[in-house]
Design a protein around this ligand. Structure first.
Ligand SMILES: C[C@@](CO)(OP(=O)(O)O)[C@H](O)COP(=O)(O)OP(=O)(O)OC[C@H]1O[C@@H](n2ccc(N)nc2=O)[C@H](O)[C@@H]1O
Ligand SMILES: Nc1ncnc2c1ncn2[C@@H]1O[C@H](COP(=O)(O)OP(=O)(O)O)[C@@H](O)[C@H]1O
Length: 280
């Protein structure tokens, strides 16, 4: 019997997200600085008949069948019904929340299957625009519709807090509600020596989806304000929302902030943005 293969599926954070155009097929062109958190979902793979078992705090309501991105990823990699793979998903990240949980899960399945001898299939972005960057799971500039990646060679470990007020937002709905789609791209991404450099650069950037998401879900403004009041040097929404992040000078400040923010009944976790040099 083979030992189970365990892969982490880290939360994706869009530190900056500019929408720079729209393709004829309706997909938007993006320019985003993406980092990954120390927390995430976890998938465990064992050779066997194709199956998916889900547990964890956000597992309820997710299909454990071919509607699940874990299952779709396994099918795309050529896993068959009989000589397949049994997947266990521990769902720790809120669903449809702008931190790419489903894409991270699919990418983790593909990484795990690669360890079992399967090839990583071409065109993984057909399952989700965030899957290429989640396969990389390292700090990167993400362009195109999510398929053009430039890994960052210098990115420091940064203490952060992720907050979701218990709201899920539909990514297509947020893109549809945009009023401005031809925005300026990000400037050149410098070498960030530490949090001060990163914050100074982020202040010149935007999340172009945030104004739209705020208008659809006014709670988001409250979350950002609460992050700022909790000592974050910088706070913004990730992706199409509604999860927001705050950046802190150190781990103690982040932990204290998460404890205070959780008192609102929100999902609030202290974590670290994984540095470029991580051996993960
Ligand atoms: C906005 C981002 C930013 O990283 O993150 P999330 O908010 O999902 O975490 C991603 O581009 C989301 O990626 P993902 O969630 O994989 O999206 P997909 O399933 O491919 O697309 C869902 C829908 O979003 C819209 N979409 C997505 C990506 C893109 N570049 N342009 C789009 O217009 C399309 O309407 C598409 O039908
Ligand atoms: N394993 C999975 N985890 C989360 N969502 C999934 C999964 N499989 C399918 N989905 C579907 O994908 C959609 C996007 O989920 P998710 O990746 O969490 O969003 P986001 O990228 O905004 O964080 C959800 O509506 C959900 O129903």
């Amino acid at each position: 019997m083979c030992a189970p293969i365990v892969e982490s599926a880290p939360a994706k954070i869009n530190l900056a997200l500019h929408v720079t155009g729209r393709r004829e097929d309706g997909y938007h062109l993006l320019d985003s600085l993406v980092a990954f958190a120390g927390i995430g979902d976890r998938v465990t793979l064992v050779p066997g008949p194709m199956s998916l078992k889900i547990d964890g705090p956000f597992g309820a309501g997710l299909g454990n069948d071919c509607t699940n991105l874990c299952w779709k990823a396994a099918e795309l990699a050529g896993v068959g019904a009989s000589a397949g793979v049994s997947i266990a998903l521990q769902k720790n990240l809120p669903v449809a929340s702008g931190i790419g949980g489903g894409s991270a899960d699919a990418a983790a399945v593909l990484r795990g299957l690669a360890r079992m001898g399967y090839d990583v299939p071409e065109g993984v972005e057909c399952l989700g625009a965030d899957i290429p960057v989640c396969l990389l799971s390292r700090p990167a500039r993400m362009q195109g519709i999510g398929d053009v990646l430039t890994p960052l060679h210098h990115f420091p470990a940064i203490s952060a807090v992720l907050v979701n007020p218990g709201i899920s937002l539909s990514t297509p709905e947020v893109f549809r509600a945009l009023t401005s789609r031809d925005n300026a791209p990000l400037g050149p991404v410098p070498h960030f020596a530490g949090i001060a450099d990163l914050i100074a650069w982020l202040r010149q950037t935007r999340n172009d989806l945030e104004p739209v998401a705020r208008s659809l879900q006014p709670h988001i403004a409250r979350v950002i304000e609460a992050l700022e009041n909790s000592g974050a040097g910088f706070a913004r929404m990730s992706g199409s929302g509604a999860t927001c992040f705050g950046l802190y000078a150190n781990e103690t400040q982040a932990r204290n902030a998460a404890e205070i923010l959780a008192r609102n009944g929100w999902w609030a976790v202290a974590t670290e943005l994984v540095p470029a040099a991580s051996g993960r």
